[in-house]
Design a binder for this molecule. Structure first.
Ligand SMILES: [Zn+2]
Length: 310
């Protein structure tokens, strides 16, 4: 039996939103990768679902986030999931009874201050990706220079006070280091890869990986071919390469999976969706990786991270 899987990022809620509005979206593949059946086939015990508001909806970001939040209750039913509110809920999860954690990707719906953060917590958000790649009132994302603003520093403090985990995927390098200097709790990179193998700006470098791990955080490896090898045709072997490297730099308990399913134009050619998690597990085994490390990377590490930090 494959190990239970925990995945730190997917864009299924966004895809559902786009489909409902009959909006075409050439950035991603057709159809859903994350479904009740594919999760079962892949032995998934925990899925983080992100609410991401695309720039087209910048002027109505709060409304769109709230619509996705409402839809997350429908998704919960459609996929037979249990919503995770706190650490105790993690204990109950298994591939037979998978759970989900609601994340907000990008702080755009918050506006320019942190006043609404408790509302998002109250409605179930447990992870906040500070910024999508474009700048917001709190910080810059990749491709831009600035780090955290005054409000950005306050946002991290408020997240820690309220109980929302800070996610640094998409953050500019300056934002990353400012966050490292401001935070007192472990943070995530929910869907990034190692810049060692692809200079794509969304990847993080060795120093960032080390600092993230030393602060108790985790890197969850994304499956976007561009992040993996800089082309649109990567393979599971590339995913394995990133995992092995991250384990080397960060330690066996600081690396997990952050697929980005339902949000990518190019998946690895031999990776179609959650149903292929067992193939990743098998590929890790072929490298001679220790079983305890494989179990951790596939899901054990992320489950423990949430148990300890939610
Ligand atoms: Zn993203």
């Amino acid at each position: 039996m494959p190990y239970p899987v925990a995945d730190c990022h997917c864009d299924t809620l966004l895809k559902r939103f786009m489909y409902e509005r009959e909006m075409s979206w050439d950035m991603v593949t057709d159809g859903f990768e994350v479904t009740k059946d594919s999760m079962r086939a892949g032995n998934v015990a925990l899925q983080v679902h992100a609410m991401f508001v695309p720039d087209t909806f910048r002027d109505m970001a709060l409304r769109v986030a709230l619509e996705m939040m409402v839809d997350s209750y429908q998704l919960e039913m459609d996929h037979d999931l249990v919503r995770v509110d706190g650490p105790d809920d993690i204990e109950e999860l298994s591939p037979e009874q998978p759970g989900f954690i609601l994340a907000l990707e990008g702080s755009l719906p918050l506006g320019t201050d942190t006043k609404l953060l408790p509302v998002f917590y109250g409605m179930g958000v447990r992870v906040l990706t500070l910024v999508w790649s474009r700048p917001n009132a709190f910080c810059d994302g990749v491709g831009n220079e600035r780090g955290l603003s005054e409000q950005g520093i306050k946002l991290i403090r408020d997240c820690e006070d309220i109980g929302i985990i800070v996610d640094l995927s998409h953050a500019s390098e300056a934002t990353f280091w400012d966050a490292m200097n401001s935070a007192t709790r472990p943070m995530l990179c929910s869907h990034s890869c190692c810049s060692k193998f692809s200079s794509e700006v969304r990847n993080i470098n060795d120093e960032q990986m080390q600092a993230l791990a030393e602060a108790g955080g985790m890197l969850c490896i994304a499956f976007f071919s561009g992040f993996l090898n800089g082309t649109d045709k990567a393979s599971i072997a590339d995913v394995v390469k990133h995992i092995e490297y991250a384990v080397d730099i960060m330690g066996p308990d600081k690396v997990g999976l952050g697929s980005d399913f339902d949000g990518l134009p190019f998946l690895p050619t031999d990776l179609k969706g959650p149903e292929d998690y067992p193939a990743i597990e098998e590929a890790l085994r072929k490298t001679g990786m220790e079983e305890s490390t494989i179990e951790g990377v596939m899901g054990g590490n992320l489950m423990r991270f949430f148990r300890e930090n939610l």
